[in-house]
Design a protein around this ligand. Structure first.
Ligand code: UGA
Length: 437
């Protein structure tokens, strides 16, 4: 076997997907992670994130010898022609991205990198990071390239294999071409540009997606005010290809590990650089306001009359930030749970992706093993994650377990007629039972 062509530093969902998919494309990939136990598990092809298709790809890669896992970063980097940095860039103080992990690794690998190696920033990093990493590495023979990822959690493998586009940005066009060549087998439009433009593309994409969602959620409120049906309005809008129907489903606000972090980071850098971008602030504020409005609806329907939820037990159905993942980071469901708790509610929640023991959630809520256990003796059920099988729950049984027959469907997931047959009152977003029924 020849030496590694690619090193991947960090095996989170971006790093592991990138490594496993590049190995599947025929490259020899060595992934490094600072967590030794994780490395040992990955060597046995044990994947601990919920990502369809990924365990199989990792197993294939390990078996074929094209995918290796090591604990020491220098061991992965030595001899690699291209080194992907897939490191966490969490929200730091003041909202800006925290680059400590990227900078630490840049420092660690600077003397180990092979002659002429290319370092690729895959994580979402602020504009100017490629330049900063190049300066930290300080080697004229090493180029730094920005190649942002556009992977959705829960669909990461599919998004890697069938990307909408591949964006590669670098000061050195030859380095950009070398990175683009790794994806040669994928059939996708290629945008080759400078590093700053590539870095900004990623932020612009996530901001635009968040803006669509804040628009949809706000539109739902307008629909409620004018007795219009948000689903129909969005269907009517979406047929215009300039608008499109995707990513306009109203919900309990947008969350996850990327959209909130990236919109805040973009807002922070714009403010620091004196660039006004009022849409950005409005997008973030709309999300917060929308969640408060949803909570007010529950208070209006369930309060004992004093504007609080003291002594009111509520069942939450779904806690993850979207269906198909076990990820709770910046979950809108948890944001809503906290607001309900602040008003005094007692919360019992069910989520199919979470086990019953989650000490980190115990101050906020009790986790139930089944939806029925969550709703028993609750004043109302609140649907917060769009797990498809919630549609097919035994709603007659649930109606019998609730103390009053109300379901707040903050994902517009359920069939209102089905709930009506179970003598449950359905409360969706931006549409009433009369329209939906
Ligand atoms: C997001 C982007 O969609 C990816 O393109 C990007 O690569 C990724 O961030 C990233 O930066 O790594 P992800 O965080 O997996 O992907 O989540 P999304 O599927 O975008 O969902 C974000 C939030 O919006 C969730 O809370 C989801 O429930 C909500 N959402 C999404 C809606 O409320 N309505 C919709 O129509 C779509």
């Amino acid at each position: 076997m020849s030496g590694p062509s690619v090193a991947v530093i960090g095996t989170g969902y971006v790093g592991l997907t990138t490594g496993a998919c590049l190995a599947a494309l025929g490259h020899h990939v060595v992934c490094a992670d600072a967590d030794l136990r994780k490395v040992e598990r990955l060597r046995r092809a044990e994947v601990d994130i919920l990502e369809p298709g990924l365990p199989e790809l990792v197993a294939d890669g390990v078996e074929s010898g094209r995918l290796e896992f090591v604990h020491e970063t220098p061991a992965a980097v030595a001899g690699a022609g291209v080194v992907f940095l897939c490191l966490p860039t969490p929200m730091g103080v003041g909202g800006a991205a925290d680059l400590a992990a990227v900078e630490a690794v840049a420092d660690e690998i600077r003397t180990v990198l092979a002659h002429g190696a290319v370092v690729v920033n895959k994580s979402t990093v602020p504009v100017g990071t490629a330049e900063r990493v190049a300066a930290l590495i300080g080697r004229p023979d090493v180029s730094v390239v920005s190649n942002p990822e556009f992977l959705r959690e829960g669909r990461a493998v599919q998004d890697f294999r069938r990307p909408d586009r591949i964006v590669v940005g670098a000061a050195d066009p030859d380095a950009a071409r070398r990175v683009a060549a790794l994806y040669a087998e994928l059939d996708a439009p290629l945008v080759v540009t400078d590093a700053a433009s590539a870095e900004l593309t990623k932020y612009a994409a996530n901001f635009f997606l968040a803006m669509k969602l804040s628009f949809a959620n706000n539109l739902a409120t307008v629909c409620e005010r004018f007795d219009a049906d948000v689903d129909d309005v969005i269907a009517g809008l979406g047929h215009d290809p300039r608008i499109g129907a995707a990513f306009l489903q109203p919900g309990p606000g947008w969350g996850g590990s990327c959209l909130p972090k990236d919109t805040h980071a973009l807002l922070t850098v714009c403010e620091e650089s004196g660039v006004e971008f009022p849409l950005l602030r409005a997008t973030i504020e709309t999300n917060v306001r929308h969640q408060r409005q949803l909570v007010e609806r529950v208070v209006a329907g369930c309060s004992p009359g004093d504007g609080s939820l003291r002594g009111v037990r509520l069942a939450l159905l779904g806690l993850t930030f979207k269906a198909g993942t076990s990820d709770l980071r910046d979950s809108p469901a948890l944001a809503i749970a906290r607001l309900l708790k602040e008003r005094g509610a007692e919360l019992r929640a069910y989520d199919p992706a979470l086990s019953e023991s989650r000490p980190d959630l115990s101050d906020l809520l009790t986790l139930a093993g089944t939806p029925e256990e969550a709703v028993r003796d609750a004043r109302a059920a609140v649907v917060l994650t769009e797990w498809p099988h919630f549609r097919d729950l035994d709603w007659e049984t649930i109606a019998g377990l609730l103390t009053s027959p109300v379901v707040y469907d903050f994902r517009n997931l359920l069939d209102p007629r089905r709930l009506g047959r179970a003598r449950l009152t359905w409360e969706g977003i931006g549409r009433s039972f009369a329209m939906a029924g």
